[in-house]
Design a protein around this ligand. Structure first.
Ligand code: ZN
Length: 489
C-alpha cells in the first residue's frame, strides 16, 4: 500500500475530489471533500473537540478568515512568512533552493537558512536549472500569504496563514467577557491559506488547509497546572532529531530539560494521547521531534513536531510551539490595546503554548491506517477501509437479497425506520457480492441483508466488514444492535 493506492480509493469512493477537476490547468494544492470525506472530517473534529477542547474546558471561537494588514505586521508574517525561491537567470524557471539541495543530498534541508547559505550550497553541489542547465544562484524570499483587496478601494488585507491570529486578535475581548483564569486554552477549527511555491505532495501539501488549533494562555510564573498529575507518568515519544522515538515519562522529560515545564508537558501528553487513544496509533508510530534553532518558526522558543510514521515517511501532523509572549506583546504594541490579564492583583502578559493540528493530513493518516488489501476466496483482490464504527462515515448498508418477493419493500421499510438515527445507505443494484465490495471500499462497517427469513422469522443477516462474519439479528432489535456497536467503537 502506498500514497497512490490510498488516494485512488479516496477519490473512487467520494472521500476526496481534486478541486475544479472538470477544468484544465487548475492550480495544485486545492482539494475538495466529497460526501464521505465531509462526514469523516466532522467525526474527527468532534473527537478532537471532545477529547481535548471540552475535556480541558477550553473556549472555542470561530474568527474571520480575512484580516487587515496590521494584524500580520504584528504577527510578523509580513516580514517573516516567506519561503526561499531561486529563479533561473536564463529561462526564468522557478525553484525552491531547499528542495533542490534536499533532492541532491537525499536528506532534509531546513526551510529557513539565510539566503546566502542557499546560494553557497547551490554552488557547492553544482546545482543547475533542470530545464536549461544554467547554474542557479540569487536566492530571494517569497511571502506565502494570499493578499486580497477589501471593498472597492481594495484595502490591503490577507487570508490568514494560520487560524491562531484570529484568537490572538480576540484575546482582550475574550479576557473581558469570559472570566478567564490562567492557564486557559482557546481553540479554533478553520481554514488557513498558504501560497506554497510549488506544492507537489497532493493532499499532504495544500494551499488551503483545515487547522484545528489550540492556544493555551498561561502565566509564565505559574506553570504548574493542576491537571499535571494525570500526565506525570505518561510516556511521551520523544525524538531528538530525525531518529526513532524514545518513550520518556513526562516528569523525566521535564527533569532532563527536554520539556521546559509541567504545563508544556501536560499539553504534549494531551495531544499525543489523543492520537493514541482516539485515533488508535501506537506509541512507536508517533514521535515528538524536538526542532533545532534553524528549523523552528520565527516566533517559537521551544518547538516539537508531532509526526506519524506513514508510507511516505514521518509526516508532521501537529506543530507544538512554545511561542512565549511574542504574539500578545506584538499585538498589544501594534494595536495599542491592553493584552494583559489580572492575576492576584498583578497584570500579566500571558505566554502561549500552541498545538496547531493539520486536519487534512490527520485524515489522510486515518485513511492510510484503515486501508487493507487482501486476496478474497476466489483469488481476487479485496480492498477495504477498516474504519471503526465511531469514525466511519456510513455505519451500515441495507440490502434486499433480491429486489422482488417483497424483500425490497421490507428492506426499504427498515432503512426508512432507522435512517434518521444512523448513517445508512440503501442499495439494491448488482449482486450481493458487488454490493458488499462497494461498501467495504467505502469503509462501511456493517451490511444488513434482508432475505426470506426476514419475512417469515423477523430476522436480518448482519455482515461485518473486516472478518466478513455474519450474524442473525432480530429486525426489531437492529437499532439497538447498531447503537451498541456505535457506542463501543
Ligand atoms: Zn533555466
Amino acid at each position: 500500500m502506498n500514497y497512490e493506492d490510498v488516494m485512488n480509493l479516496a477519490q473512487r469512493r467520494g472521500y476526496l475530489i481534486r478541486s475544479a477537476e472538470a477544468y484544465p490547468n487548475t492550480p495544485a494544492g486545492f482539494w475538495d471533500y466529497g460526501p464521505l470525506g465531509v462526514s469523516l472530517r466532522n467525526r474527527y473534529v468532534e473527537m478532537w473537540r471532545k477529547s481535548i477542547v471540552k475535556r480541558d474546558e477550553m473556549i472555542e471561537i470561530d474568527a474571520a478568515q480575512i484580516m487587515p494588514r496590521s494584524v500580520f505586521e504584528a504577527s510578523g508574517h509580513i516580514s517573516n512568512f516567506t519561503d526561499p525561491v531561486v529563479v533561473c537567470g536564463k529561462c526564468r524557471s522557478l525553484y525552491r533552493p531547499d528542495k533542490l539541495i534536499e533532492e541532491k543530498l537525499g536528506r532534509a534541508t531546513p526551510e529557513n537558512l539565510p539566503d546566502a547559505k542557499y546560494d553557497e550550497l547551490l554552488k557547492e553541489h553544482g546545482i543547475r536549472c533542470a530545464k536549461c542547465g544554467t547554474p542557479l544562484s540569487g536566492t530571494k524570499r517569497f511571502n506565502m500569504m494570499f493578499k486580497v483587496g477589501v471593498g472597492p478601494q481594495g484595502d490591503e488585507a490577507y487570508l490568514r496563514p494560520e487560524t491562531c491570529q484570529g484568537i490572538f486578535a480576540d484575546i482582550p475581548f475574550l479576557f473581558k467577557t469570559q472570566r478567564v483564569k490562567l492557564p486557559k486554552g482557546f481553540a479554533q477549527v478553520g481554514k488557513s491559506f498558504r501560497n506554497e511555491i510549488a506544492p507537489r505532495q497532493g493532499v499532504l501539501r495544500l494551499r488551503e488547509i483545515l487547522q484545528a488549533e489550540i492556544e493555551v494562555c498561561f502565566d509564565p510564573g505559574a506553570t504548574a497546572t493542576p491537571r499535571f498529575d494525570v500526565a506525570a507518568d505518561y510516556e511521551l515519544s520523544i525524538a531528538k532529531g530525525d531518529v526513532e522515538p524514545v518513550p520518556t515519562r513526562v516528569s523525566d522529560a521535564i527533569s532532563a530539560g527536554t520539556v521546559p515545564n509541567k504545563l508544556v508537558g501536560y499539553y504534549l501528553y494531551l495531544i499525543q494521547s489523543f492520537y493514541e487513544d482516539a485515533v488508535g496509533l501506537k506509541k512507536e508510530e508517533i514521535r515528538l521531534r524536538t526542532l533545532t534553532d534553524v528549523e523552528k518558526a520565527f516566533y517559537s522558543k521551544v518547538a516539537y513536531d508531532l509526526e506519524v510514521r506513514t508510507s511516505v515517511g514521518w509526516l508532521e501532523l501537529v506543530a507544538c510551539n512554545y511561542r512565549s509572549d511574542y504574539d500578545l506583546k506584538r499585538h498589544s504594541e501594534v494595536s495599542g490595546t491592553d493584552y494583559t490579564v489580572e492575576v492576584d492583583g498583578r497584570k500579566v502578559l500571558p505566554h502561549i503554548f500552541e498545538l496547531s493540528m493539520g486536519v487534512d493530513r490527520s485524515l489522510y493518516v486515518i485513511l492510510e491506517r484503515a486501508y487493507r488489501s487482501e486476496k478474497d476466496a476466489k483469488g481476487g483482490d479485496r480492498v477495504y477501509l477498516s474504519l471503526r464504527p465511531g469514525l466511519a462515515p456510513i455505519l451500515a448498508g441495507v440490502f434486499p437479497l433480491v429486489s422482488k418477493d417483497g424483500l425490497d419493500v421490507e428492506a426499504e421499510r427498515i432503512y426508512e425506520e432507522l435512517r434518521a438515527d444512523y448513517d445508512l445507505f440503501y442499495d439494491e443494484s448488482g449482486s450481493i457480492g458487488r454490493r458488499y465490495a462497494r461498501a467495504d471500499e467505502a469503509g462501511v462497517p456493517f451490511c444488513v441483508t434482508v432475505d426470506q427469513d426476514t419475512l417469515t422469522k423477523g430476522e436480518v443477516t448482519v455482515r461485518s466488514r473486516d472478518d466478513r462474519a455474519q450474524v442473525r439479528v432480530k429486525t426489531d432489535e437492529l437499532g439497538d444492535w447498531l447503537e451498541a456497536k456505535l457506542v463501543s467503537g
